[in-house]
Design a binder for this molecule. Sequence first.
Ligand SMILES: *[C@@H]1O[C@H](CO)[C@@H](O)[C@H](O)[C@H]1NC(C)=O
Ligand SMILES: *[C@@H]1O[C@H](CO)[C@@H](O)[C@H](O)[C@H]1NC(C)=O
Length: 255
Amino acid sequence: MISVALVPLFIAVLASATSSVVLPTNSFSSYSAFEQHWNYLYPWGSDHNGSGRMVGSSSNHTYISVADNVLTLTSKPVSGQPPSTSNPHPAIHYFSGTVHAKQQVKVDGSSVTGFDIQGEFIAPTAKGTWPAFWLTAVNGWPPESDIGEWKTGSIPSKVRSTSSSVATKRVAWPTDGQFHSLKAELRTISGNTKDLSIKYYFDGTLQATHTAANFRNAAMWLIVDLQMEGSSGSPGPAGGTTFQIRNVQLTKYTP
Ligand SMILES: *[C@@H]1O[C@H](CO)[C@@H](O)[C@H](O)[C@H]1NC(C)=O
Ligand SMILES: *[C@@H]1O[C@H](CO)[C@@H](O)[C@H](O)[C@H]1NC(C)=O
């Protein structure tokens, strides 16, 4: 009786579903869950435009580790390393951690009409620490969207569409040792085939709505990194630092 009664309800729920979780909040519950959903390092390798060189693999969790549903990225000072292989080739002063999601983010307006990207963070804000939770184009650059890019005590939620088109909303980041949440909602704009709308939330409160020029149809990587120094100043902390992340979720919207 009960199962028969539930069948129409179940079908109705499936038929009206317009969103699906494509990266679940338990991806930091074990290394096998992590490796199912994430890759170690940047999509292009270990180096970028700061003084951190990323180190991590399935056999080396010194700088990239998961436990109790929390991802911990750790930076530690290092010396004697060759400079970064990425522009502008800064000197390397730290080993650190970066990961990127296997699931790319792409809103084409036909098969995918939106994405929600969210997570919770305990982020270092000291001078010379440059953690970020961000999207960057798979092919070329920009587009880029920094959902959180922590520099000296605050975060911008930022869209970078061309090098001359940057919209920034600055929010003071709490240093209370507690997790705080960020969320970005990417959506199509009615009658617009080139751009997307992005709403940025901090602890559930809308902070900014940006028009993200030329984001429609652009495949993007989701990156969580603990970069060091670079545009966050120097010197960074002598003892290194940690960046903790949990409950990262990607939700895809379909028509
Ligand atoms: C470093 O790279 C980030 C991410 O690609 C970019 O937003 C930023 O403009 C770059 N900064 C410098 C100083 O090169
Ligand atoms: C991880 O790799 C780094 C860089 O090669 C090395 O210094 C460190 O000892 C390695 N850790 C482990 C546990 O293998």
